[in-house]
Design a protein around this ligand. Structure first.
Ligand SMILES: [Zn+2]
Length: 144
């Protein structure tokens, strides 16, 4: 399960509306509860480096990822997930999304944005023992 406050939830959705018709992407920072719940305490926007196909691909610059991870650690936050938007596509992960997901135990949040308006926001947990049997599982999103 993913828990986040209304402000962070809205920020993720608004980011997708602002970058429409391109995909937005960003990082979720927070803590892992003992029961496996991820609790988001802040979000970080990232630039989408995929200028060739920004409407249906996203990529986070590794240097930006490292910087955000370091800044989070300074505040006592871990990376607990990632988010991106699907302009005019359902909030379901694509085969590419699964292939490019590597953070086991983290949340992958997808928001569908139709005609510039954020519609559905879903989250998936990357599960599995390694790259060969990884899968994205539906998880509950609780906005508190
Ligand atoms: Zn996607």
């Amino acid at each position: 399960m993913l828990k986040l406050c209304r402000t962070d939830y809205d920020a993720i959705r608004r980011h997708g509306e602002e970058t429409y018709p391109h995909e937005c992407c960003g990082i979720l920072l927070g803590t892992f509860n003992e029961d496996g719940t991820r609790v988001v305490t802040s979000t970080a926007r990232c630039g989408n480096t995929r200028t060739d196909s920004a409407h249906n691909r996203y990529n986070i610059d590794p240097r930006e990822l490292v910087r955000i991870q370091r800044e989070g650690r300074d505040r006592g936050e871990d990376i607990v997930g990632f988010y991106h938007s699907h302009p005019d596509h359902p909030a379901q992960f694509s085969p590419t999304d699964l292939a490019e997901a590597h953070w086991f135990g983290c949340s992958y949040v997808i928001t569908s944005v139709e005609k510039g308006n954020a519609v559905v926001t879903n989250s998936f947990e990357l599960s599995g023992a390694d790259e060969s049997n990884k899968r994205l599982l539906d998880e509950k999103v609780e906005v508190v």
